[in-house]
Design a protein around this ligand. Structure first.
Ligand SMILES: [Zn+2]
Length: 470
């Protein structure tokens, strides 16, 4: 196997009310360049004011990733010239970030792995460029939208600890899940997670791959880049240090520019933002307020409910799903709730490409459906159909049950279906009586059809046998 080293730098856009250094709303706007002021437009003489909430969130992420939180943090100016950063420098943290030397345990398949977290720092997002009529190199002209300028980010930088694209993907997914538990990220929001990856093979120079959005493309981007470097070496060439961009459309990485070294940016402390003190009291308060994180929840669910690994993993994918599971498990049989949530529910959500929180399914609807299932008032088939309609059409389950008559038939109704099936299918009855046992399946099918899913096959079979064997 090729010796591969991968390190990741993940930017999490924070969903705060206002931007990092000004009071502009931190949200998408209908019109470009409307959520702006002199500070986020970088007018000379404007002064940044630090949004405390961002600092708290960065400390939260640092504590959750077992980082050392620095007592005094500073901000630096990273100098570069590009239209997306009109003041010609980006405010970030360089010398002293919020958190350093952390660790994240991840699961890759059945294996556990420790990933070193080098640092977590705060920085501002630049403006958004729109290249009209093409991409950055061949468009006719470009437009800049400063609505995004100044959106707060935390950047989480790992050590080069990943040995395969699969490990990198596992980390990114589990990191995103952790950020969601911490309330710093919602997959359904407009705020995104973006990752840059540093990749080297066989001790060669590292190549930086930028622009990997979300958690799904990471493995694809890395696989492409690794095989590209392998091919390059095969032809006897050395991989040189440079920056590439991942193209989501083609799944390829494309050369962008020579990689700048840190000296090129000429970091200096920002004199407008004085020392920020993260005192003991703040750190303790945040540490103590951390919610139960996915890994801890996983262990506890296994222990408390005696559920299989796969089932627990499925239940803890989203914090809200896990919370509702626990509440429902007090009222209903916990295995029933777990298998319903990770089975039928997940199937319907996946089909509609929704997360649990996006689906808008309310707790009372779920209680109602689980009650029908646990009291065996509805057949499996109809229970699944009901859920599909509740999610897909956003209707109340009570209404659907009533309108479509979905509850199980009562005894006398089933008896009449059985009687009719037997009367109308004398051939099948004769076949059964002459020893062809499979003929009963046909009769069961007839009863099911007549009942439109309101009978369950087991009861139907028993009742048919009762009549035929009399
Ligand atoms: Zn502003």
């Amino acid at each position: 196997m090729t010796d591969v080293k991968i390190g990741l730098e993940t930017h999490v856009q924070l969903d705060t009310e206002t931007k990092l250094f000004c009071g502009c709303p931190n949200e998408e706007a209908d019109e470009p360049n409307t959520h702006v002021c002199e500070t986020c437009l970088g007018h000379p003489g404007s002064k940044p004011r630090l949004n405390e909430e961002v600092v708290n969130q960065a400390v939260k992420a640092s504590e959750a990733l077992d980082c050392e939180v620095n007592e005094d943090v500073f901000f630096s100016r990273k100098t570069y010239f590009y239209p997306d950063m009109s003041k010609n420098y980006q405010i970030t943290q360089y010398e002293i970030p919020v958190g350093e030397d952390g660790e994240k345990q991840i699961k890759v398949g059945d294996e556990k792995k420790e990933v070193g977290i080098k640092r977590i720092h705060i920085e501002e997002d630049p403006a958004k460029m729109k290249h009209v009529g093409g991409n950055v190199s061949d468009s006719d002209y470009s437009k800049v939208d400063y609505n995004r300028a100044g959106t707060p980010l935390i950047e989480i930088v790992t050590d080069p600890d990943f040995r395969s694209p699969k490990e990198a993907r596992a980390y990114l997914q589990q990191l995103a899940q952790m950020m969601q538990y911490l309330g710093l990220y919602r997959p359904e929001s407009d705020f995104s997670i973006k990752t840059d990856a540093n990749v080297s093979i066989e001790g060669g120079e590292r190549v930086e791959v930028k622009n990997i959005t979300g958690t799904k493309d990471i493995e694809k981007a890395l696989n492409y880049e690794i095989s590209r470097q392998k091919q390059w070496k095969k032809r006897g060439r050395e991989v040189e240090q440079h920056t590439r961009s991942f193209n989501q459309g083609t799944g390829a990485t494309e050369a962008m520019r020579e990689k700048e070294t840190e000296e090129d940016y000429g970091y200096i402390f920002d004199p407008d933002l004085t020392r920020q003190e993260l005192d003991e009291e703040l750190r303790t308060r945040i540490k103590e307020s951390l919610p139960e994180l996915p890994q801890e929840k996983f262990e506890r669910f296994k222990e408390e409910y005696g559920l299989k690994d796969k089932l627990v993993e499925s239940l803890i994918t989203e914090a809200s799903l896990a919370e509702d599971f626990e509440e429902l498990a007090e009222e209903f049989n916990s295995s029933l709730v777990a298998s319903w949530m990770s089975g039928d529910l997940k199937k319907v959500l996946n089909y509609n490409e929704l997360t649990y929180s996006e689906s808008g399914l309310d707790f009372e609807s779920i209680q109602y459906m689980l009650d029908l299932i646990s009291e065996e008032k509805i057949s499996d088939r109809n229970a699944e159909m009901l859920l599909r309609e509740v999610v897909g059409e956003e209707r109340r389950p009570e209404e659907i049950v009533e309108e479509e008559d979905l509850l199980k038939a009562d005894e006398s109704e089933i008896d009449s279906f059985v009687e009719a099936a037997i009367d109308e299918n004398r051939d099948a009855v004769e076949d059964f009586e002459s020893g062809e046992e499979e003929a009963i399946n046909f009769l069961v099918g007839q009863v099911m059809q007549k009942s439109q899913g309101k009978a369950d096959p087991k009861t139907a079979r028993e009742k048919i046998l009762e009549v035929l064997e009399d």
